[in-house]
Design a protein around this ligand. Structure first.
Ligand code: NDP
Length: 452
């Protein structure tokens, strides 16, 4: 079949961060591109993930600002919080972004099919609503991931991060299962908005993968803020009483926790079920993820995959990079290779934490001899606000070369500060380079160049 005999040069399944980027870049190179999306253009990050979550974080921060206001001379007579107002404002912003993503595809002349597509062969897909069969020289799967709901009795009474943005009312009591990114971000939001929050995890570890000292600090601060934790407590069942209250029974515990909402945040599974990948001989890994090589190519040469569906690094900016690199390589003739080292990440808990590079434990294993510098300080804003909470920054340095291997931070604005500092780590700068930089005073970020 010649290229012109295919309906499209590229058919993308999934219009999230990776799929939209790949579509518009490929179209920019002159490819005839179509994308199928079964829900809303924008994907998890924009529609029910990073963006609406961050807006809820902003909304919940007012609790602290309003508390502090009196210290700065402001009289705030009576404060009330209205969940539907915040929820609807956030959802309106999601609509705005959904339109912006749609018009990006329009202006790049990418055809859009708002229905589910399944793969019927190496070069063909079927649209499920219309039943239409479409051929394409190349297919890109960018279908993302979906919240995992572990099996337990009463799981149908629980919500995930998909539903949390649409709650009719703010729950008075919330139980959150899991102690990863989503669990701790929503624990912070609900706690600040006034809900009673209990975080329940199957192990005794929260935020696995982050530096231990920061995790301990987060635990300590959030407990002082009123979040309760139950570790080593797998769910047994959730029972819905006649009055609507949920009883959360934990294995080995004599009494249930009572809640108005139970949110499960126990990881996300690649979205490959029912995609028809077997029709093209695409190999899947043990978690159902699409196995790809460094060029994002699957075991079927005409089919590629990017983003969370490949279960490599489940982060939006990584999916975007993968989508861009795929389009540059396949349609732009470039030899782009993605460098997965030094990817910064953050948890928008309250306070937030952020990191780039290996944890102290990982660095010891990798490099043997390391130096660890830290700054344990009380941010000026917390002193003035009479909050005892302390920030903690850690810098990990290769003892042999003086190169800064990693930075880990918890405290106000940590993600904003870390994004800038990550450039220095990525560039391979040394501790001496940090020390040679004059502090910017007064700021929290100045701690980075003052660590002893
Ligand atoms: P995480 O992988 O961060 O955390 C999963 C949590 O659930 C862990 O505490 C884990 O416990 C627990 N868990 C895992 N499996 C089970 C199970 N079968 N039963 C009970 N508990 C279980 O997942 P999230 O859902 O929070 O987030 C998914 C991904 O989305 C993240 O990995 C991240 O890549 C991305 N994300 C990124 C954000 C950001 O960049 N700020 C924000 C939100 C999501 P244990 O550790 O003990 O195994």
């Amino acid at each position: 079949m010649s290229d012109a005999q295919f309906d499209y040069d590229l058919f993308v399944i999934g219009a999230g961060s990776g799929g939209v980027r790949a579509s518009r870049i490929a179209a920019g190179y002159g490819a005839r591109v179509a994308v199928a999306e079964e829900y809303r253009i924008g994907g998890t990050c924009v529609i029910r993930g990073c963006v609406p979550k961050k807006l809820l974080v902003y909304g919940s921060h007012f609790a602290e600002e309003l508390q502090d206001a009196a210290n700065y001379g402001w009289t705030v007579e009576k404060t009330t919080f209205d969940w539907p107002t915040l929820r609807d404002a956030v959802l309106r912003d999601v609509d705005r972004l959904n339109s912006a993503y749609t018009s990006t595809l329009e202006t790049h002349h990418v055809d859009r099919f708002l229905e589910r597509a399944t793969i019927t062969g190496p070069n063909s897909v079927r649209l499920s609503a219309s039943g239409r069969e479409i051929t394409a020289k190349t297919i890109l799967v960018a279908t993302g991931a979906w919240p995992v709901m572990p099996e337990f009795e009463g799981s149908e009474h629980c919500i995930t991060s998909n539903e949390v943005f649409h709650l009719e009312q703010l729950p008075r009591r919330v139980v959150i299962s899991g102690a990863g990114y989503i669990a701790l971000e929503f624990a912070g939001i609900f706690n600040a908005l006034g809900s009673h929050v209990t975080v329940v995890n199957r192990s005794e570890t929260l935020l696995r993968g982050y530096d231990e000292a920061l995790r301990d600090r987060l635990l300590q601060i959030t407990m002082a803020r009123g979040i309760q934790y139950r570790f080593n407590c797998p769910f047994e069942k959730v029972v819905k009483r006649e009055d609507g209250v949920l009883e959360v029974w934990l294995k080995g515990q004599p009494d249930p926790i009572l809640a108005d909402q139970v949110m499960v945040a126990t990881g996300r599974k690649p979205n490959t079920d029912g995609l028809g990948l077997e029709n093209a001989g695409v190999t899947l890994g043990d978690k159902g993820q699409i196995v790809v090589d460094e060029r994002a190519q699957t075991s079927c040469p005409s089919i590629y995959a990017v983003g969370d569906v490949t279960d490599r690094v489940q982060l939006t900016p990584v999916a975007i990079r993968e989508g861009q690199a795929f389009a540059d390589r396949v349609f732009g003739g470039k030899h782009t290779v993605i460098d997965y080292s030094c990817i910064p990440s953050a948890v928008f808990s309250q306070p937030p934490l952020a990191g780039v590079g290996p944890t102290e434990g990982q660095a010891r294993n990798l490099y043997g001899s390391i130096k660890v510098y830290s700054s344990d300080f009380r941010p000026m804003k917390n002193i003035f606000g009479h909050r005892p909470e302390r920030g903690l920054y850690k810098m990990i340095v290769d003892a042999a070369t003086d190169k800064v291997l990693a930075l880990h931070m918890i405290g106000p604005d940590a993600p904003e500060i870390l994004q800038a500092a990550a450039i220095a780590v990525k560039a391979g700068l040394t501790k001496a380079d940090f020390d040679a930089t004059v502090a910017l005073h007064p700021s929290m970020a100045e701690e980075l160049v003052l660590m002893k």
